[in-house]
Design a protein around this ligand. Sequence first.
Ligand code: SF4
Ligand code: SF4
Length: 374
Amino acid sequence: MTSILDELKKGRWPSFVKELEKTGDERIVKYYEKCLKDKKPYFGHGGIVGVTGYEAGVIGRVAVGEAAKILPEFHLFRILPPAGYFYTTDVLRKICDWVDKWGCKLLNFHGATYNLQAFGIPRDKLDPAFEELAKIGFDLGGSGPDVRTAACCMGPALCEWALIDTLDIYTTLMKEYIFDIHRPRFPYKFKIKISGCPNDCTASGARSDLAVIGIWRDDIKIDEDALKKYKDEELEMVAKRCPSGAITYKNGKFEINNDACTRCMYCINVLHDALKPGDDRGASILIGARARGRYGAFLAWVLVPFMKLEPPYKELKELIDKILDWWDEHGNPKERVGETIYRIGFGKFLKDIGIEPKPQMVYRPRSNPFWKYF
Ligand code: SF4
Ligand code: SF4
């Protein structure tokens, strides 16, 4: 009978089994094959495993049962990545040499934890491995109930739509909260994501406890000459598909009611030669998303419709501090901040952190007969 691993090596696409074999460590391949055959993983949590002085950033993996005879331990390092995941080739070579020396030669670039992860570092090598990593210029990322490693889009480095400097905000926040990243003290994890515009390439509105999304508050800029180059059908389609009905296209005249626009970016993405975001730029701050949990999946709620974001981002940091203090005080164990707000009430949360209720916070405002704003 063909082994399961042989099956996983077939096909035109890259095979992770081939990558496991390239490590030259037969124990990893055998362990993985056993998990597949028995249809279960054998790694339990490794208890307190970490580098001296840190309480987060190293995930202990210790095998149990018979698998412990094959691969007793397989700890992994979470490494705080640079903003936007920009690495120089020189640094990448140094990291590869580092994981070849201390780990099992496997790296994982930025999964759902947003960290660069290095696998298979033995317990007695954790401290010297970390010391060498620090010399390359890297620190550990978050794990457990702490402020987690944040994520940001590439923003102004490569994208014409960036309305805020996502890279600078990421770097500033990671430096500001580095103590809380390395020392878990909160009810559960707290993830921050920063997207440069409402296209939200980091999926912050669905996958972060605190979403910072670039936005503008003045009018969409229209280049009438460029607009004439689009066909009637295209302009009609955009007007029809505008989610808030803010666009009209009649008798060859294309108009936007900016008071009704929800800044979704759809028209700008499609008619990109003619439409541009306004010049009065900042960010919307949203809170409370998570993919699954005790109350089901949550999308984020608007907390601050518009905040000017300029270095040193004092207002944003003060807001995050207030949220963390409130959640630290009211959150139950394993409760994300959105769940704490849901259990206690958004009204009390707003009052406690000193934010006035705003129409943009209302869930589905356009289908709620008691609210009307524009
Ligand atoms: Fe560009 Fe906006 Fe995507 Fe960031 S979120 S990469 S600014 S389109
Ligand atoms: Fe409509 Fe979105 Fe364009 Fe605003 S940004 S006018 S809501 S399509």
